[in-house]
Ligand binder design. Structure first.
Ligand SMILES: NC(=O)c1ccc[n+]([C@@H]2O[C@H](COP(=O)([O-])OP(=O)(O)OC[C@H]3O[C@@H](n4cnc5c(N)ncnc54)[C@H](O)[C@@H]3O)[C@@H](O)[C@H]2O)c1
Ligand SMILES: [Zn+2]
Length: 398
């Protein structure tokens, strides 16, 4: 089986320092820091002031997010330096060019100039839209990301990808535009709806599988604390996820190789999302199903040990029940994978983990193995874990 790219456990560990409060990300346009600390929102104004002087500061957020964190965030700025606040509805359906026009026009009317700063306060939708606006407004103004969902904290706010959807598909218009600073406060997750929180945990589990067996073991041991959103456990898994994402995107900012491993579980996940027209699953739930499928495929293709497959499936199942597998034929799901934008040169790529903490991308996985997983997943992954593992170990290897 031909590997496209690999990352090893040792590499990630040497690149990160335990307990470092600021994680640095190398980007083409210079490096930026990701500060992660409980209570950071209360100091956000001071952290932002360290970047230097701006002619004006404009916060972009949504009414829901602003209700949850606006008072604390706005209160962190010095008297007389209060930011201008622009709110928009952050539904996924509003992540479009019309919202970009609306926000840029608001900025013009509020007098934002080239020395102004934009601050995105919200989840991935707010972050992606505001990032794109910052890249385009007057050909680029400074940007700070203040993520308030688990997905945004461990994933979308780090790495500089910005963009919006078109009616034809998700994230089809956008650009790479790194922020000057990212401020991550795990306490901001206190008001996050349960489903959003559990969905975000799928991406954290992903980091454990692809890059850090110790993070994976930590999740296994501390899942109950994490589900109760206990501060220490939450801060630990968020910081470690950020370190891994920062390490990957610093090595491969524009997704020409290594960054692809972040798509673990996503080839299956995107197929499930598109086959159900993005209505049945929260993204993380589709990725959770996708990671269980990728684990089974890994067993067949790269000889992932059965015990590892069972640990991955068991941990995902402990996070909570997932909406059921759709009544879509394996053939339709298989076709949906080919339509996915991540497929290059007509070949579908799969990220597989031969062991915990290590992953590679493969573009020559036999179609029959994929079809086999799609056929058995709905039946076998909805059963208790013990049965799943014996099913997996009975599966033929390629
Ligand atoms: N740029 C990237 O690299 C990248 C990576 C992953 C995902 N994304 C994008 O991110 C988006 C999904 O982001 P998301 O999962 O953060 O969801 P989201 O931005 O849609 O937010 C989910 C919901 O939570 C609410 N919310 C946010 N913070 C809250 C808080 N602290 N308290 C209460 N409610 C809160 C929001 O108002 C929204 O209703 C997608 O559009 C996806 O394409 C981008
Ligand atoms: Zn994802």
């Amino acid at each position: 089986m031909k590997k496209v790219k690999t990352m090893t456990r040792t590499e990630t560990r040497t690149k990160t320092r335990a307990k470092a409060r600021t994680v640095w990300v190398r980007a083409g346009a210079g490096r930026y820091g990701v500060v992660c600390a409980a209570g950071l929102l209360r100091r956000a104004g001071r952290e932002i002031a360290k970047l230097g002087r701006f002619s004006s500061v404009h916060v972009v957020s949504s009414p829901k997010v602003w209700r949850a964190v606006g008072k604390v965030f706005a209160g962190s700025f010095a008297r007389g330096a209060a930011p201008v606040v622009h709110l928009f509805d952050d539904a996924e359906a509003a992540k479009n060019l019309a919202t970009v026009e609306l926000l840029t026009r608001k900025l013009v009317r509020a007098g934002a100039d080239r020395k102004s700063l934009l601050v995105a306060v919200g989840g991935g939708v707010v972050g992606d839209v505001t990032g794109f606006v910052a890249a385009a407004y007057l050909r680029g103004v400074a940007l700070v990301q203040v993520p308030t969902t688990l997905v945004a904290q461990v994933d979308s706010a780090v790495g500089g990808k910005t963009g919006v959807n078109l009616p034809e598909g998700k994230n089809l218009v956008g650009g790479f535009y790194p922020p000057r600073l990212v401020l991550v406060d795990p306490e901001a997750l206190g008001s996050l709806p349960e489903r959003e929180f559990r969905g975000g945990l799928a991406e954290v589990i992903k980091y454990g599988v692809i890059a850090d067996a110790r993070l994976f073991a930590y999740l296994e041991e501390n899942l109950e604390k994490i589900l109760r959103r206990e501060a220490g456990a939450l801060e630990h898994i968020i910081r470690r996820s950020i370190e891994i994402k920062a390490w990957v995107v610093s090595k491969d900012e524009r997704e020409s190789g290594l960054r692809e491993i972040l798509n673990y579980g996503h080839t299956f996940g995107h197929a499930l999302e598109s086959a159900t027209r993005y209505r049945r699953y929260q993204h993380g739930e589709a990725v959770a199903w996708g990671m269980m499928c990728a684990a089974l495929l890994g067993y067949g293709v790269v000889h992932t040990p059965g015990d590892t497959v069972s640990r991955i499936v068991a941990l995902i199942k402990r996070v909570g029940p997932l909406p059921g597998w759709p009544k879509t034929s394996p053939k339709k799901l298989f076709d949906a994978m080919h339509a996915d934008k991540k497929a290059r040169g007509g070949r579908v790529r799969f990220v597989l983990a031969p062991r915990l903490g290590e992953a590679s991308s493969y573009d020559d996985v036999p179609a029959k193995m994929v079809e086999c997983v799609l056929r058995c997943a709905p039946e076998c992954l909805q059963r208790p874990v013990v049965e799943i593992v014996s099913e997996a170990t009975g599966m033929g290897r390629g």
